[in-house]
Design a protein around this ligand. Structure first.
Ligand SMILES: Cc1cc2nc3c(=O)[nH]c(=O)nc-3n(C[C@H](O)[C@H](O)[C@H](O)COP(=O)(O)OP(=O)(O)OC[C@H]3O[C@@H](n4cnc5c(N)ncnc54)[C@H](O)[C@@H]3O)c2cc1C
Length: 465
């Protein structure tokens, strides 16, 4: 039998592409080398990290957040094993959900390591050493990404861990060093700080969350410092050694200068991720690459006929929903429809407390591009619902084109930002203006009223500040 489509990799890119293709009448197989479906995101990424972020937030809330509301509880006790079970159960429910969807859509899952043996042929090496070949009219590379390594620092997933090890530490470290102040480092650093670790973040750049709006990042850093995070910005970790029963990290100023050492019992390396393209047979096929990334055209086609790529393995932000949207668009294109991804409107969320959410251009980008823009800001301290919930940290910032008023970017630092951002995303998809947002009736009292007020503030007519 020849499949219409064989997808290599069952992450959010691959499994969503497979489901959409099956919905459109294609016969589909998905090859996956992990034991379960769902990829990085469901197994060792988005989902387990959010399970631990939620549980640890509840722990901290119970310890410090409830008494001011008049809810007096005994000092909460951490049952880390139960928290990890909650995480594992959440992962299991999600990956089993994908398996159910595959069955429902009559998609064949083939477990083993996939590679492109020849045009139209996907080889699969099973764990038992047996190999089989699937015939395919179209092949999708959706093999995702892997942890980026730091020279001189060997990850053993016990004391020197990547995000994967940091999701399963058997006990709370007394001292945790996080290398890299990106989203993953700050999220997992938050988990362990809430559970009792002393967290020090070392970042090569002179700011946290590179790529996010710098005003938001600065305010957020102050909030993290209040929570107990320590930062060494503009520093690099040169080496990590075993010392006594723990670890000693040598850090150096990025611009050169005297080295320093920091002790820890766990070091988390979270300096980013790189596309995973090893042993796929891409070189032999002549698939063009750029620094490990698969080069694709606007229709996700690689330079090899019949071979496509989506998700973390290609350009663009390494985000699950970006991979999913590419999966849908590619399936639709293969079915002769007009699949499309609007890369200008891909929200990004940092699931810390408070959360950060953004969509569209940052103020830094607009400045660099020389775009004339207006800014509207509104703080949560002036929002009634935020006060009622004691979640007054942060603000909403709307960026609109100075001439047309079209919203170019929205940035929210605040409780629930990851949910609130979508009204800005929908508005931007429809090319909406700050006035459109400002004239949309928002329910009272909601945190979302701050989004409306920030939109009003673009025209200097916010009501509540
Ligand atoms: C700790 C952490 C937290 C994250 N949190 C978020 C978040 O909150 N929100 C968000 O949007 N993104 C988050 N991400 C990023 C997100 O996980 C990725 O962007 C997303 O998983 C990319 O999807 P993908 O389908 O391209 O690849 P992946 O999910 O990486 O899936 C690729 C799959 O391909 C398989 N594979 C690779 N090579 C082969 C082969 N040769 N044969 C067979 N199978 C193969 C892999 O085993 C894997 O299952 C997080 C990542 C991490 C590590």
């Amino acid at each position: 039998m020849t499949y219409d489509l064989v997808v290599i990799g069952a992450g959010p890119g691959g499994y969503v592409c497979a489901i959409r293709a099956a919905q459109l009448g294609m016969k589909v197989a998905v090859v996956e080398k992990m034991k379960t479906l769902g990829g990085t995101c469901l197994n060792i990424g988005c989902i387990p990290s959010k399970a631990l972020l939620y549980a640890s937030e509840m722990f901290e809330e119970a310890a410090h957040g409830l008494a001011p509301l008049g809810v007096v509880v005994a000092a909460p006790k951490l049952d880390l094993a139960a928290m990890m079970k909650h995480k594992d159960d959440t992962v299991a429910a999600n990956v089993n959900g994908v398996a159910f969807l595959f069955k429902k859509n009559k998609i064949d899952s083939v477990f083993g390591e996939g590679f492109i043996a020849a045009p139209g042929k996907v080889g699969v090496k099973g764990e038992d050493g047996n190999q089989k070949t699937l015939e395919a009219k179209a092949i999708v590379i959706a093999t995702g990404s892997d942890v980026a390594r730091l020279p001189g620092v060997e990850i053993d997933e016990k004391t020197v861990v990547s995000s994967t090890g940091a999701l399963s530490l058997p006990k709370v470290p007394k001292k945790l060093i996080v290398v890299g102040a990106g989203v993953i480092g700050l999220e997992l650093g938050s988990v362990w700080r809430r559970l009792g670790a002393e967290v020090t973040v070392v970042e090569f750049l002179d700011r946290i969350l590179p790529g996010m709006d710098s005003e938001v990042a600065k305010s957020f850093q102050r909030l993290l410092e209040k929570q107990g995070f320590a930062f060494h910005l503009a520093h690099k970790v040169a080496k990590v050694e075993k010392a006594g029963g723990g670890l000693k990290a040598t850090i150096e100023p990025a611009a050169g200068g005297d080295a320093n050492t920091i002790e820890a019992d766990v070091v988390l390396v979270a300096i980013g991720r790189r596309p995973f393209t090893q042993n796929l047979g891409l070189e032999a096929l002549g698939v063009k690459m750029d620094r490990g990334m698969v080069i694709v055209d606007d229709h996700f086609a690689t330079s090899a006929p019949g071979v496509y790529a989506i998700g973390d393995v290609i350009r663009g932000p390494m985000l699950a929903h970006k991979a999913e949207d590419e999966g849908v668009a590619l399936a639709e294109l293969l079915a002769g429809q007009a699949g499309h991804v609007n890369y200008g409107v891909i929200p990004g969320v940092v699931y810390t407390n408070p959360e950060i959410a953004s969509v569209g251009k940052t103020e830094d980008e607009l400045k660099a591009e020389g775009v004339a823009y207006k800014v509207g800001k509104f703080p949560f301290t002036a929002n009634g619902r935020a006060r009622a919930m004691r979640h007054t940290d942060g603000f909403v910032k709307i960026l609109a084109d100075a001439a047309t008023d079209r919203v170019l970017g929205a940035h929210i630092l605040g409780f629930g930002a990851g949910e609130m951002i979508h009204e800005a995303a929908v508005l931007m998809e429809f090319g909406g203006s700050s006035e459109d947002l400002a004239r949309t009736c928002h329910a009272h009292p909601t945190m979302s009223e701050a989004v409306k007020e920030a939109a009003l503030a673009v025209a200097k007519r916010a009501i509540h500040v």
